[in-house]
Design a protein around this ligand. Sequence first.
Ligand SMILES: CC(C)(COP(=O)(O)OP(=O)(O)OC[C@H]1O[C@@H](n2cnc3c(N)ncnc32)[C@H](O)[C@@H]1OP(=O)(O)O)[C@@H](O)C(=O)NCCC(=O)NCCS
Length: 162
Amino acid sequence: MKTTLPMSYSKSIQTRLVLPPDTNHHQSIFGGKVLAYIDEIAAIAAMKHSQGEVVTASFDSVDFVSPAYAGDMIELEAVVSGTGRTSMEVYVRVVSRNVKTGAKKLTTESFVTMVAIDENGNPKEVPGVEPETDFERHLFETGPIRQEHRKQKRVLSKNRRA
Ligand SMILES: CC(C)(COP(=O)(O)OP(=O)(O)OC[C@H]1O[C@@H](n2cnc3c(N)ncnc32)[C@H](O)[C@@H]1OP(=O)(O)O)[C@@H](O)C(=O)NCCC(=O)NCCS
């Protein structure tokens, strides 16, 4: 029987400081820098869940809701919110914090699909995931709709390949 792990098992948290080299001429952080942070924490959560190596298969579209500035802190939280046979959907929430005022703003929320791989780089089966809190249940129950969108997107992009 397929094993199942609680969603909290993969929960991962990171805090980063926004430094001047990470920012543009408005002193706000580059979107690509935030994407790199999201990719890293999503991989960490997926590695915890699958207890092995993973690769990034896809990012759902990412909307940047508010800027983070040099000197702000960026807080990232990730959890495996759903699983397929070898793939894991990872929910990542990014919040910026003004160090002086303590004010927090949502930077973005994102869903990343990670695939577990074996020593030969082939996809390998992952445990299922069990939501525990109301918010985790919400993520879990809405997963199949997002999964269906990804499938449709993959069909379209396959048709576009040379
Ligand atoms: C992701 C990858 C391992 C999938 O390999 P594949 O031969 O297509 O394997 P499959 O078709 O069996 O797919 C494996 C799983 O990945 C999922 N998947 C593959 N491509 C996906 C995509 N673009 N979006 C979401 N899920 C995807 C499949 O749905 C499947 O999930 P399931 O087992 O839970 O049903 C392969 O495409 C790869 O190595 N890509 C490059 C990854 C990489 O280098 N990432 C770093 C950034 S470049």
